[in-house]
Design a binder for this molecule. Sequence first.
Ligand code: BMA
Length: 362
Amino acid sequence: MLKFFTMIAAAILLISCGSGQNAALSPAEALSLRLAGLVGEGKIMYGHQDDLMYGHSWKLADDAEEYVRSDVKEVAGAYPAVYGMDLGGIELGNEANLDKNKFNHMRASAVAHHERGGVVTFSWHPRNPLTGGDSWDVTSDQVVASILPGGEKHEYFMTWLEKAADFIESIKTSEGEAVPVIWRPWHEHTGSWFWWGQKLCTTEQYKSLWKMTYDYMMKDRRLTNIIWAYSPGAGGLDAEVFAERYPGDDMVDMVGFDCYQYGSDEQYMADMKNALDVTEAFAREHGKLMAVTETGYEGIKKRQWWTEVLYPAIKDYPVSYVLTWRNACEEHMQHHFYAPFPGHESAEDFMTFASLEKIMLL
Ligand code: BMA
């Protein structure tokens, strides 16, 4: 474990010194070092999507000025260490994201979470720039081609990247310090349910999309607060699939995967083991941090899921964090939750999980 930590820390320091800009670490480099340190200590941070925006039976008020409510905190007495959110909708200049969270609240809660010592991560489910549909609109396999340089939607799409970059850049403390974020674009690309997925573009097109995104944010905009996370889906993952569309060591800081439980505990644990083995080998070879970027069991239909299924699945791996998906609050989405809330049958087990030595909440 220690060797792995030292290797990652050395890689981060090498990159920062190599950049030759100044001796101080950027916000992203400082966070990477902190994450590597926590992995070195054997800690796994627990994360929850949209934690401060709403919960199973509540939603943040539009005029809220503080971000204190959290299903996780109500159950375990502590906030999740990692707070995930999604930028879907930012590209159109919308006031709220695809799950109705106001971007102003997302920005301010990200700062609040950072100031409590937490880590913020963003995924992105942008609309489909060619058809006008959503991320899940896979009716055309020309979408990625259309937004790459030379494509008919290239300029239009660059305005989307501009809006995403503006938002990430705008996450600053009241002292004007940029808040570091783990940015996880173009996720689950090894499946074919998003317009950037496996069957919807070629390997070269996917890599070009990543590079275009990276170059715009890092070279044109010079954002200093982004840790780049690459996260395929867990289904059918092996070393070859993992590596096939990997954009390159210079454009990725963290590797992970998304893996959900749909069937038996045994099946989920086997899927996790496979994905963790593949990811760990890749992370070690490339000197990258690793994480379980999305996971969970919709409705958590097992009382002891946290200590008997999730914990045994992850405990022996050097994972920086494990993030469970959102607790939807709408009436018709009451089944769609991945973290406990007061009164849920897994709440007590979650408390036990949260108090384990290895597991970190705030
Ligand atoms: C999916 C579901 C959707 C949601 C999307 C983006 O997994 O939770 O309801 O809109 O993520 O957050």
